[in-house]
Design a binder for this molecule. Sequence first.
Ligand code: DGT
Length: 259
Amino acid sequence: FSSLSKCYIPNQVMKGIRRISRVSIEGNIAVGKSTFARLLNKAVQNWEVIPEPVTKWQNVEGATSQPVPFPQQTASNLLQMMYQDPKRWSYTFQTFSCMSRLRTQLQPPPSRLLQISDAAVQVYERSVYSDRYIFAQNMFELGCVNTTEWAVYQDWHTFLVEQFGPKVQLEGIIYLRAPPQICMKRLKRRGRVEEQGIQLDYLESLHMQHENWLLNKSTKVHFDHLKNLPVLVLDAGLEFEKDLEMQARFLREGILPSK
Ligand code: DGT
């Protein structure tokens, strides 16, 4: 990760304007992104983690300030709808998840970060890029997003990312890598209701998408800045949630000075 941190330095000062670097944490479902993010938030004060907006997907009307249409209806849980009927809801899910990720990536940095003199870093749990190159692509390959939907998705995704340009570019990716079987165990352990029907082969296909994009570099990416992006791979197959020594090792391997 030291090579990644080096590339922050030239970006810190651009014509006297302070620039915050942006990094995303990527990895399979239930691999431990949120746990790792909490660890980062606690351990390094110049890194600010912005969590993935899962709760918005579980309550669409709440997230969009739209009233629930009929008083007797409950709010739409798009995450649940997508898992229950992926052919019907995957495209809708990807439009909403991508919009919420875009909003997250466009948020201005908190003033706390601007006051820190060291290299400051804003960290996202996933990104508009994994939305496309992991999930949307996977749903297309599984036949849950049809050819027309995939073409429409790619068209607006490319347009939006190009329009926002440097505002949504990343300087690096942290890939939490673990065997799908381990993610499956963690998924069962945490027991999120919507995910109870997930099968191992779904996690295996998502694992392959991560490998192809971040390790083998065999995914055809549309955006030039993604092609040479530094990727830090951490072995998240190890149980790091309660192991303080392991946590310290993770931080030593990758991350900047401790608090
Ligand atoms: P973590 O902290 O590594 O345990 O991560 P999770 O599992 O809490 O969070 P994450 O990002 O894997 O996603 C939450 C749920 O939303 C999970 O069931 C996977 C699903 N999900 C996230 N992003 C997408 C997406 O773009 N498309 C689809 N179809 N599902 C997604």
